[in-house]
Structure formats: C-alpha cells, structure tokens
Design a protein around this ligand. Structure first.
Ligand code: SF4
Ligand code: NI
Length: 676
C-alpha cells in the first residue's frame, strides 16, 4: 500500500529539485500556447530553466507546472517518442475535436495512467469508456498492456496513447488548458477563471492503476485542483482519491462529474458507439466493399405514412455476406423508410445524412460520402465475428429510433445487394435527389424572415452565438439553415432558435435590428451588434471550431482565407494556429471571422466588404477543393478568370510577395475602395 499523502509530499520535493536541473531550452511546435498549462496559469511563455523556475515559484510550487516543464525539456533532449505515442497534441487536432465536444458525441474526457495488473481489466475499462462516449487518453505502461491485448489505439478509436510514462499524462491537462483558452475565452494568466472553467466545464476524470512513482503521484494528485476526481484501482490509501474496482470505476467517475449517459446495446455481433466513428478500414482489413466507384451503390431515406411500414423490419434483397467473395466489391442500395406523426418531407435529407454517422458507429463498418457516391466497407474482423449485411440494417433501424424518439414512430430498412435491383432502385433515388436539389438551390437569405441561431458551443465559449442563414452555413461547417430549422422543430427549447431578422440596418453588410437584439441577449449582453456578411466592423463571434478564418490584409486592400489544415505561414505573417489563438472564445474581433469552407461558395461571402473580389489569398489545398464548384459560380457573376488571381502559398507567402503577385495579375481588390 502506498500512502498518497506521503508519496505526494516526497514527489513534490523531488520535482522541486529537478526543476533546477533543466538544461536545454524547449518548445512545442504546432501550438500558439507555448507550454499551455504554465501559459494559462501565469500568462508567461516558458521556454527555458529560468522561466520554468519563475513560473513554478509563482504558482506556489505547482507539481503540474513542474511536470509540464520537465516533460517539455526531456522531449527537447530525446525527441518525440516513436509510434504509437502521440506526445504533445497539436492545436489543430484540438480544434477539430471542438464540435464533437458539444454535439453530444463526446460526453467527457478521461485519463488512464499506471500499470494494470491484468490486460483484461484495463481493456474492459477502456471499452466501457468508449461505449459511454468518453474520449480517453492513456499514459504509461497501460498502453503496451492494451495493445498487447489487441485493443486498437488512436484518436480514431478515442483511445489516445500519449506517451510511455504516466508523466505524459500532463498532455491531458495541457489539452484542457488550451480548450479553456481556445473555446472558453480564458485569458492567459487568469488563474481563477482557468480553475473555475476546468472544474465546471471540463468533464474530466482520472483513472489510476497501480505502480506510480512518487513524482507521478504528486502530478496526478495536482490535477484535483482542476476539479478532476482521481479514481484509484488499488494500492493507494489516504488522501482524497476515490477507491474503485474495474467494474464500477467508469460509472463512479462519470457520476462524480454529473455525466449522464444512456446506452442501449444493439443486438448485433459488433460494438456500436460514436467512439468508433473516426476509424478507417483499410484495404487489407476489409472483407467486402460497396460503391466507392467500384460498384453501384446509393442510399435513400424516405418518409412513409405510419401504416405503410413495420417498425424494426430489416429486409435483405440479394446475396448475404456468406455469398460474397472476400476482397470483392458488391452493389448496395440502402433504403430507409421512416414514419412519424411530426415527420416532414423536408427532414428527409437531414436524416439521410445520419446514415453516414450511424454506419461508422459500427466497430467493423465504415462509410464515406452520401447519396449515390457512398462507399461502404465491412472488416474481416467483423465478418469473422458473424456480422452480416442484415446487421447493418439492424444498426440503422435501431439508431434512428434511439436518436429521434420524438420524431419517428417506425423505421424499416431495406438493403439491396442484387445488381439489377440496385440499378433499378437507384433510378428512383436519382429522381428524389434532383427534386431535393431543385428545392434547396433557389433558397436565398431574402426569401425567409427567420434565421436560426446556434449556441451549442456555449458549453465552451459561454458568449458565442452563431446565426445561420440559407446562404451562410455555420462556421463549424456542420449546421445549415435547414438543420437549424429542423433541430428547432424537433426540440423547441434546444440550442437552435428562430431569429427574426427585423428591420434592415444595412443590407450590404447584413445587419438587422432583430438579429442584433437576439445576439445581445444570447451573448449575455456582451455583443451589441453583428453583421452577417462582413468581416470588418462587427463580424460574428468565433467559438473555436471554425473550419477556416477570413481576415483582412490592409496592406493589399484585401481579405485572405486560411483553413485549419494549412500548416504553413500565411501572408499575414502568422500560421492558422497562431491566428486562431488570437480570436475565438466567443469574442468578436473586427477584421477577423471564423467561417466554414463552403461559405466561400455563397453569393453572400464578403458581400459587405466588396464581394468575393476582395479575396486575395487562400491555400492551394482549399482552392483545389472548391475549384470545380467555385469557377462556375464566378463565371455566373461575370468573374471569369478571377480564380487564377487568388494568391496561394505557391505564389506568395509574405505580404510583399503577395503585393507583387496581385499587381502582376491585376487583382480587382487593388482598385477597390480602401478597406480601412
Ligand atoms: Fe458551435 Fe456555431 Fe457550430 Fe453551433 S453552429 S456547433 S454554435 S460553431
Ligand atoms: Ni464551436
């Protein structure tokens, strides 16, 4: 038995001594927050011994700070640990996680450290965490134990192997420190707000297996300051750690943080959880595939009247899995029929897009794209465990009922694997897609009086409000006007509310009285005004999960866009992650706006700032992604040839080079009204 209090005291003394032995300067790449914990607590950028010692003293010899500095130094000395260890997690990865932290697919965060006596019990604890929608980080010998037992690790499985020692658990804390600064608007140095934020908003728990050193005990115990319950699986006594068994530890931890979860098991021979959503099934791992250009495939969700379908009915038309050759591509039609008193035809496409999520929830099933572009794979492992085509149908039927209990009374699924029948049914599907496109295409912001708000991200950015219009997708790229409308109809007191536009203040910049009123109230009085189509004066607030940033470059009288995936330096002199670090947290920053990538295609993009002709630079990756859709739009607007005038990292990486480039191509922004 280890006495936690004694070990902790000893550990703290050791840490204090070790801080003075730091030799080498250190820093992490791919973050704008230096050593995030030290930075969040004190506002100081720590990169060497002197700063480390200062910050350590300033925080009252905080063991978390000491551990952070020591680990950063040892990483600088010996380099990043080899795979599978992730080491320090980049800002980009955290921002990508942003949306799942608020949409309910991640309910909380867990850190698991130590040396489990049996691999089996560790695997069971981790599986329970996955099934209960927790994002789990691992540090120390628990990692080789799990991988030795065949447990798949990685962000895509929501089991993230941080590093080879429990000390690497510090990266769990530095993530939470960054979430607080990125999304929560916590100012670096505002210790009190950081601690309150971590305790109240970060639903984080720590699970400890035996075998920690005294220093590691001091580190783990230090995490209690942030309000994380420490749950111990044996060997430790005293202190305020909570004793638990592998069977009850997850439940106890989640209860401590008030995390409620409702998981009903679906009776199919594979696991089913959002934890598996991000995984991939590689060619070597797949048993069969469907679509993806290799065979005809499509999916379609349609509304029926209640009498027409039998709830839970799953029909397979054509060969089952045992009649398919390993490694082959097969035809597939997924037809879902739903009925419900409040269901409407308008909801069909929104529900249809959920097929993608649900199929990916299956541990051994994978899905990409939509409509007749889908590509689906089943893994060898799943098929060996008895998964059949029929089970995909069961999974879909159950998930639709579970996730839309108020909307749907009956769901039935038909899976067609017979080639001729797939082609026949696809004709009908194509007609439905065309009708839907025609309906949505004509939608303009001016056609409706109601826009929709979204305040989901207030979980992390307490004053942030998104206003979503037909021509302006939300900055996270995940919620359209129609999604907002449907979400409101399905849950009238939820995070999406109708917003009456009200009287026009400025039609060009998209400023309306009703929107201002709504934003003021929803931002708790913080934001007085908000323009929909302008980056310049009173842009929409940013939470942190924007797909891209639009920002002014006054030197060239234009506006540039940079997407989250772009790692290089932009003509603003900053990288995406540095820029992202200066906005966000629910603040309004004139000259900057968080946007979705698709918004660039909208007629309303930059309308208040002179239109898309203001766009002077964006990374080639996003240009390639949008090209096929953007060029015809530009042509429609009489801007043929404009696409080539937009700079990118191959033509300019500095503002000077950009100026030269823009002058050479005769970019229209140079002749426009001055931005500032
Ligand atoms: Fe967050 Fe806005 Fe997306 Fe809602 S719409 S999830 S508030 S970014
Ligand atoms: Ni957000």
């Amino acid at each position: 038995m280890t006495d936690v209090e004694l070990a902790k005291k000893h550990g703290e003394t050791l840490l204090k001594e070790r801080i003075t032995t730091i030799q080498k300067p250190f820093s992490y790449e791919e973050t704008a927050y230096h050593l995030p914990i030290s930075f969040a607590l004190t506002g100081t950028a720590v990169h060497d011994r002197q700063a480390a010692a200062d910050v350590f003293a300033k925080t009252g010899n905080n063991p978390i700070v000491a551990s952070e500095c020591l680990l950063a130094e040892s990483t600088a000395v010996s380099g990043k640990e080899p795979d599978p260890y992730t080491g320090f997690i980049s800002d980009t990865v955290i921002r990508k996680l942003g949306y799942s932290l608020v949409d309910g697919s991640i309910l909380g965060l867990a850190l698991v450290v130590g040396t489990p006596r049996s691999a089996g019990s560790a695997a069971a604890v981790c599986r329970e965490l996955q099934e209960k929608y927790m994002l789990t980080f691992l540090a120390g010998p628990v990692i080789p134990r799990l991988s030795g037992a065949g447990v798949k690790l990685g962000l895509e499985y929501r089991l993230i192997p941080l590093g080879s020692t429990p000390f690497h658990g510090i990266h769990f804390v530095d993530i939470i420190a960054r979430v607080a600064m990125m999304f929560g608007g916590v100012t670096p140095g505002d210790t009190q707000r950081l601690l309150t934020y971590a305790a109240e908003r970060a639903k984080a728990i720590v699970i400890v297996f035996p075998g920690l050193t005294d220093e590691e005990i001091a580190l783990v115990d230090g995490m209690r300051v942030l309000g994380f319950p420490i749950l111990s699986l044996g060997e430790y006594e005293g202190g305020t750690w909570i004793s638990a068994t592998p069977e009850d530890v997850v439940r106890l931890g989640m209860e401590q943080k008030g995390i409620k979860v409702n998981v009903t098991a679906i009776p199919i021979p594979m696991g089913c959880s959002p934890a598996f959503e991000g995984k991939s099934i590689r060619k070597e791992e797949m048993y069969v595939e469907f679509g993806g250009g290799r065979s005809p495939a499509f999916e379609l969700l349609r509304m029926r009247s209640p009498g027409e379908i039998t709830d839970g009915q799953v029909t397979v038309i054509g060969p089952e899995i045992d009649a398919m050759k390993e490694g082959s591509a097969n035809p597939l039609g997924i037809i879902i029929e739903v009925a419900g008193k409040t269901m409407k035809k308008d909801y069909e496409p929104v529900l249809e897009r959920r097929i993608h999520n649900f199929v990916n929830y299956g541990e051994g099933s994978w899905h990409v794209a939509q409509r007749d572009l889908i590509w689906v794979r089943l893994s060898k492992e799943a098929v060996a465990k008895g998964v059949k085509i029929e089970h995909i149908g069961k999974l879909l039927a159950s998930k639709f009922r579970m996730d839309f209990p108020n909307l749907l009374d009956a769901v039935s699924v038909t899976l067609i694997t017979d080639a001729a029948k797939v082609l026949e049914a696809k004709k009908t599907a194509d007609q439905v897609y065309d009708e839907r496109d025609a309906r949505i295409k004509g939608m303009h912001d001016s056609d409706v009086n109601l826009y929709y708000s979204c305040t989901l991200c207030q979980t992390f950015a307490p004053n942030h409000v998104c206003i979503i219009t037909p021509e302006r997708l939300a900055l996270c790229g995940a919620i359209s006007w129609l999604d907002g409308k449907i979400a409101y109809e399905m849950s009238p007191s939820g995070a999406n509310q109708p917003v009456e536009k009200g009287a026009v203040i400025n039609a060009q910049t998209g400023e309306y009285e009703g929107i201002n009123r709504f934003v003021k109230k929803a931002s708790h009085g913080e934001i007085e005004r908000c323009s929909l189509y302008s980056v310049m004066e009173v842009p929409m607030t940013c939470c942190g999960c924007f797909e891209a940033i639009a920002l002014m470059l006054p030197e060239v009288n234009g506006i540039m866009v940079v997407n989250r995936e772009f790692k290089g330096i932009t003509p603003s002199g900053m990288t995406f992650s540095t820029l992202a670090g200066t906005i966000g947290g629910g603040a309004q920053t004139p000259g900057f706006a968080g946007i979705s990538k698709n918004y660039i295609l909208s007629d309303k993009f930059l309308q208040g700032d002179g239109g898309i002709e203001r766009l002077v630079w964006m990374p080639s990756q996003i240009k390639d992604e949008l090209k096929a859709r953007l060029e015809p739009k530009l042509a429609e607007r009489g801007l043929t040839g404009f696409f080539e005038k937009i700079g990118d990292e191959t033509t300019a990486t500095t503002i000077e080079d950009l100026m030269v480039f823009l002058e050479r191509v005769g970019h229209p922004a140079l002749a426009m009204k001055p931005l500032v």
